[in-house]
Design a protein around this ligand. Structure first.
Ligand SMILES: [Zn+2]
Length: 222
C-alpha cells in the first residue's frame, strides 16, 4: 500500500512517512488540491455560520474573575466549503492535506479588526452586563502580551450501521477577559491604557440602542 502526497504527488510506503513529509516540506501550505470540488456557499449559509461563531463566542464571555482565561468552542458539523470560504484568503491560513485539516489564526489588534470583517459584525467579541456595566471580551492585546484567536477545521468520520458519515468539526480557541470601560478606556486600572479597540463606547448611562448584546446585527462596514 502506498500513501500519496496530493500536494507534490510523491508516494510513501507508510502514512507516518507521508505525515512527516507534509510537516517538513509543506509546512506553510495553502493549496487545496480538491478546491474545485468545494461549492461556493450560499449567502444564507454563510450568515448562519457567521452567526453561530458570534453567538457561541459571546456565550463564553462573562463578567467575573472566573470567566477569564482560555476558552474553546467546537461546532461538530461545519461545512468545509464554508470554512474555506471564510478563511482561505488570510495570510495565516494553512491546509494539511494528509490530515485533512485547516487552520487560521488572528493576532492582536489587526486580527481583531479582520475578524470583524470576516464575521461581518462589529461587536462579535464583547458583551456587557446590564447591571454592573462590566464588559466581557475576547482579549487580543493587553499591556503584557498579544493574544490570538485560532480556528481549525478537521474531518471526522462517524460510523452508523456500517456506513461512514464524513463531517467537519471546527474548533475555535481564544482568551477572554473582563473589565469596566468608559469611552473605550478601562477604568479598573489607571496605570495602563488598554488597547481594546473593539470595545464600543460605553457610558455610565448605558445607551441600549448603541450596544447590542447579540443578534440582530447591522453589517460591519469597513
Ligand atoms: Zn509533498
Amino acid at each position: 500500500m502506498s500513501f500519496k502526497c496530493y500536494l507534490c504527488q510523491k508516494t510513501f510506503s507508510s502514512r507516518k512517512q507521508l505525515l512527516t513529509h507534509e510537516r517538513t516540506k509543506h509546512k506553510n501550505n495553502k493549496t487545496i488540491p480538491h478546491l474545485h470540488l468545494l461549492h461556493q456557499p450560499t449567502f444564507e449559509q454563510l450568515v448562519s455560520y457567521q452567526d453561530a461563531f458570534i453567538v457561541l463566542i459571546k456565550k463564553r464571555l462573562g463578567f467575573n474573575r472566573h470567566s477569564v482565561g482560555s476558552k474553546r468552542l467546537s461546532i461538530s458539523v461545519f461545512p468545509e466549503n464554508v470554512f474555506v470560504h471564510l478563511f482561505q484568503n488570510e495570510p495565516s491560513f494553512r491546509y494539511n492535506s494528509a490530515l485533512r485539516k485547516y487552520r487560521c489564526t488572528f493576532k492582536g489588534e489587526a486580527g481583531e479588526g479582520r475578524l470583524k470583517q470576516i464575521l461581518n459584525y462589529e461587536y462579535w467579541n464583547c458583551r456587557q452586563d446590564p447591571k454592573t456595566k462590566t464588559t466581557g471580551y475576547v482579549l487580543f492585546v493587553n499591556s503584557e502580551e498579544i493574544y490570538e484567536v485560532s480556528f481549525s477545521w478537521a474531518q471526522n468520520e462517524l460510523v452508523e450501521n456500517n456506513r461512514i458519515f464524513q463531517c467537519g468539526t471546527v474548533i475555535c480557541t481564544f482568551t477572554t477577559d473582563s473589565g469596566e470601560f468608559i469611552n473605550g478606556n478601562e477604568v479598573t486600572n489607571e496605570n495602563h491604557t488598554s488597547a481594546h479597540s473593539a470595545i464600543p463606547t460605553i457610558t455610565k448611562t448605558n445607551n441600549q440602542s448603541q450596544y447590542r448584546f447579540i443578534l440582530p446585527r447591522s453589517p460591519f462596514k469597513n
